[in-house]
Design a protein around this ligand. Structure first.
Ligand SMILES: Nc1ncnc2c1ncn2[C@@H]1O[C@H](COP(=O)(O)OP(=O)(O)OP(=O)(O)O)[C@@H](O)[C@H]1O
Ligand SMILES: O=c1[nH]c(=O)c2[nH+]cn([C@@H]3O[C@H](COP(=O)(O)O)[C@@H](O)[C@H]3O)c2[nH]1
Ligand SMILES: NC(=O)CC[C@H](N)C(=O)O
Ligand SMILES: [Mg+2]
Length: 510
């Protein structure tokens, strides 16, 4: 029997792989292809359904990406999301215009007409939006099936042709019934059954690593975080003792982190782990640098230089295992996706790097990686550790990084983590930390004037880092964090709480 296949046409949206993973979650195999795939190549793949993604372009913009319009006449069911919907509307004779009010983040959607796309959904329902253009006139033969306060056409359908468009992002968890929409599209509208699973993925990637590496040695950048720990475990399953791990203390780690990583991996798990103490060299490279992208590139390059030196000490090693996951790649920018920030392990890699990369997790999201970690038997405290970016406090001390500022931030961050833990919120809140902005303000302490730094607390809920909502921490927890930080951390006289979702913010400040 033919394996079921959904083709996702990539228009450069930040959430594109998220669409792919939601389809995987529904046990359907899918492939992402460039938006400009030729009609013949597309037909040769014999997809059962096509999804057109969102993207940064406006359909009116110069050079806006267009797919071959004959795709719309093949009789294959199509779901256009955001930019994908705009393009469907425009190509089929409707009209798209910049909206009066742009929508980013959470909004409520009303269902205005019955449609199988919304089977088992009762309106109004919360959806996640990120757009500035909207469909104002729908093409002939279509019906408007949903709207929001600021968007009269939040979804449209042509049920005979099985062509659908949604302005919101059903792939995002914050669209509460998003999975139901995708479920309705794949199973009810396209008639799929679902014949794929994550164990297939683990077995296939172990084979793939063996093929790539053969009997040669591999070095793994191990931070103690979720992704590199799972990558190391997977590669270890594939090639055993050919693997050596290197933990780099880049001077930008959290208070107590290096000791804890060494204890967990070396003492408890008896791993072959090299410790590289490189704090001073990272800080000296960062001296005087304020631009966030430059900082990220300096940090990315320095990581590689440290890995190269360690590889040389261990004899020739040609392969570098990194726990790169999909958000690192898409945020670093691709042919169609804009660069949001250069993650140190992707966009921050130096051009003259000699290593061949081994990145078994690069198409996955954090929650899928956690599931694999559990399947591979990793300890709960590793699998459920909150994410910590490779550039560490280097992107949380905003603008110029100095040893003094890193120290202030380490102390404040320690208090944030301690209080979250005490309140029993460490599993519930996805990521939580402190940020040190490059400004000072006036305060009064012990009747004296102070002129010192504020600390910003950031805590978010998320599943996959692609979207996030600020965590509604209890006032008492915020209160005790603020008091302790001002009382205990020298050089700080004020605390603020960041209440921005992603989008429009990002989780980190740089
Ligand atoms: N201090 C470090 N020492 C060695 N390698 C590192 C370090 N920090 C990051 N890396 C490498 O960069 C990759 C990306 O870092 P990132 O922080 O995204 O992942 P992680 O640390 O493995 O997991 P998490 O996101 O949960 O912190 C890591 O998987 C690892 O390969
Ligand atoms: O390894 C990493 N290298 C990086 O350069 C990097 N930048 C951000 N992050 C982490 O990625 C997630 C999404 O972050 P943003 O919302 O700030 O883009 C969040 O979990 C961030 O902590 C990084 N991880
Ligand atoms: N997320 C999207 O697909 C956005 C589409 C388009 N760039 C807009 O802003 O409306
Ligand atoms: Mg990390």
């Amino acid at each position: 029997m033919e394996k079921e296949l959904v083709l996702v046409l990539d228009f450069g949206g930040q959430y594109n792989q998220l669409i792919a993973r939601r389809i995987r979650e529904l046990s359907v195999y899918c492939e992402m292809v460039p938006y400009d795939i030729s009609l013949d190549d597309l037909k040769a793949k014999m997809p059962s359904a096509i999804i057109m993604t969102g993207g940064p372009a406006s359909v009116h913009g110069e050079g806006a990406p267009h797919c071959d319009p004959r795709i719309f006449t093949l009789g294959i069911p199509i779901l256009g999301i955001c930019y994908g919907m705009h393009l469907l509307a425009q190509e089929l004779g409707g009209q798209v215009k910049p909206s009066q009010v742009r929508e980013y983040g959470r909004t409520n959607m009303e269902l205005v007409d019955d449609d199988i796309l919304f089977n088992d959904i009762i309106g109004p329902t919360q959806v996640w939006m990120s757009h500035s253009d909207s469909v104002v006139t729908i093409p002939e033969g279509f019906r408007v099936i949903a709207r929001t306060g600021n968007c009269p056409v939040a979804a449209f359908s042509h049920s005979q042709q099985k062509i659908y468009g949604v302005q919101f992002h059903p792939e995002v968890k914050h669209s509460l019934k998003g999975m139901q929409v995708l479920h309705n599209f794949l199973f009810t509208i396209c008639g799929l059954k679902g014949d794929w699973d994550l164990n297939d993925f683990i077995a296939e990637s172990i084979d793939e690593v063996r093929r790539q590496v053969g009997d040669r040695k591999v070095l793994c950048g191990l931070s103690g975080g979720v992704d590199s720990s799972v990558a190391a475990a997977l590669v270890h399953k594939a090639v055993g003792d050919q693997l050596v791990c290197v933990y780099v203390d880049n001077g930008l780690m959290r208070k107590g982190e290096s000791e804890q990583v060494l204890k967990t991996f070396k003492d408890n798990m008896h791993m072959n782990l090299v410790f590289a103490d490189a704090g001073a060299r990272f800080l000296s490279k960062l001296a005087g640098v304020t631009d966030p992208e430059r900082k990220r590139k300096i940090i990315g390059a320095e990581f590689i230089r440290v890995f190269e030196e360690e590889a040389r000490k261990l004899g020739e090693i040609d392969f570098l295992v990194q726990g790169t996951i999909y958000p690192d790649i898409v945020e670093s920018g691709t042919k169609t996706a804009h660069t949001i920030k250069s993650h140190h392990n992707v966009g921050g890699l130096p051009e003259d790097m000699q290593f061949e990369l081994v990145e078994p997790l690069k198409l996955l999201f954090k929650d899928e990686v956690r599931e694999i970690g559990e399947k591979l038997g990793l300890a709960e405290e590793i699998v459920w550790r909150q994410p910590f970016p490779g550039p560490g406090l280097g992107v949380r001390v905003l603008e110029e990084v100095t040893a003094e500022k890193v120290h202030i931030l380490q102390e404040a961050d320690y208090i944030v983590r301690e209080e979250i833990k005490k309140a029993g919120l460490d599993r519930e809140v996805w990521q939580y930390f402190a940020v040190l902005p490059p400004m000072r303000s006036v305060g009064v302490m012990g009747d004296g004037r102070t002129y010192a730094y504020p600390i910003i607390i950031r805590a978010v809920s998320s599943d996959d880092a692609m979207t996030a909502e600020w965590a509604q921490l209890p006032y008492e927890v915020l209160d005790i964090m603020a008091r302790r930080i001002v009382n205990e951390v020298q050089g700080v006289n004020r605390v603020a709480y960041d209440i921005t979702s992603k989008p429009p913010g990002t989780i980190e400040w740089e």
